[in-house]
Design a protein around this ligand. Structure first.
Ligand code: CP
Length: 322
């Protein structure tokens, strides 16, 4: 069993388990005497620290590896002729690692070069293909399920159970970013039965297959009007992402997004039109670019609780998988 996206779990059950960990009511140590590998192709603060602490609190030992840094560069493609800069194949990497570790967490961002290829999550799926131990997605090209499970837990904590008007809003950012967070947030919000609004400028549509999956599970409205989106919102979740048609042409994305800089930011004026919405962001966030100081420093902002909940949710994920 893997945790590759939120569809791999019953989110309600997972959140209940995470809340027991947070309250101190669950002191189980399913990792006692065991190790979990954490493979980071990309930088991290929250994911790395919370996984290391979570594994320790479950009685286990985290083994952190950084391919191309503290371990060999990794090839994931099938039948690759490895005469370039990659030293080891995922086939051996995974099968060796699972002789030492009971699960493997993987962080592997989209390089934003080839949309058709990256939308299939090739690196994460190569790990899943070769592993016989659980693979935990710590953010891939298309999904960040630990983040969105923590987001749903935070909404439940702050606003109680039941359907909420949840707005995922694109925001301007000085460079194109991957879609994993908005994808997973939207999918998880639909799974939880929230009324989901996705607001973005034209050209920043999410993956059509993913949207179809979201529509099958819940109520989603998509708009290019950020002002209308904020009306009556109970949750504002801000995130920037790149346009899929600009993968491989970062300069073109920057040209396109430049026109949205002043409008697509979360500020006090927009928040005042909501239904006393909480402000959420996965972090790291660029202040006064994605969100103003006044909003992120206000009592509406729950970003630090959201980050804390990563720890509790990931303990719940590992306890269930292991
Ligand atoms: N939100 C999140 O995944 O943070 P890090 O990139 O710091 O791990």
């Amino acid at each position: 069993m893997n945790f590759l996206n939120t569809l791999d779990s019953d989110l309600n059950h997972l959140i209940q388990s995470a809340m027991r960990f947070k309250a101190g009511d669950d002191q189980c140590k399913p990792l006692s005497g065991k190790s979990v590998a954490l493979v980071f192709f990309n930088p991290s603060l929250r994911t790395r620290a919370s996984m290391q602490v979570g594994i320790y609190e479950l009685g286990g030992n985290p083994v952190v590896l950084e391919p191309g840094g503290t371990s060999w560069t990794l090839e994931h493609r099938e039948s690759a002729v490895m005469d370039g800069d990659k030293t080891e194949h995922v086939a051996e990497f995974v099968r060796v690692l699972e002789r030492y570790c009971v699960a493997i967490g993987v962080r592997t961002f989209a390089p934003l070069k080839n949309w058709q290829e990256e939308r299939t999550d090739p690196v994460l799926n190569a790990f899943a293909k070769y592993a016989s131990v659980p693979i935990i997605n710590l953010e891939s090209a298309m999904h960040h399920p630990c983040q969105s499970a923590a987001d749903m837990m935070t909404i439940r904590e702050k606003l109680g159970a039941g359907r909420k008007r949840v707005v995922l809003t694109w925001a301007w950012h000085p460079k194109a970013l991957p879609m994993a967070v908005p994808n997973s947030f939207a999918l998880a919000a639909a799974q939880m039965g929230h009324d989901l609004v996705i607001a973005h400028p034209p050209g920043y549509e999410l993956d059509e297959d993913l949207l179809e999956t979201i529509r099958e599970r819940g109520n989603v409205e998509i708009t290019n009007n950020i002002d209308a989106a904020f009306l009556g919102a109970e949750v504002i979740y801000a995130k920037s992402w790149g346009g899929k048609q600009f993968y491989g042409d970062a300069d073109r994305d920057l040209e396109e997004r430049a026109q949205h800089r002043d409008r697509w930011i979360v500020n006090e004026d927009k928040m005042s039109r909501t239904n006393k919405a909480i402000f959420m962001h996965c972090l790291p966030v660029r202040r006064n670019v994605i969100v103003t100081d006044a909003v992120i420093d206000s009592s509406s902002s729950v970003v630090i609780d959201e980050a804390e909940n990563r720890l509790h949710v990931q303990k719940a994920v590992m306890a269930q998988l292991l």
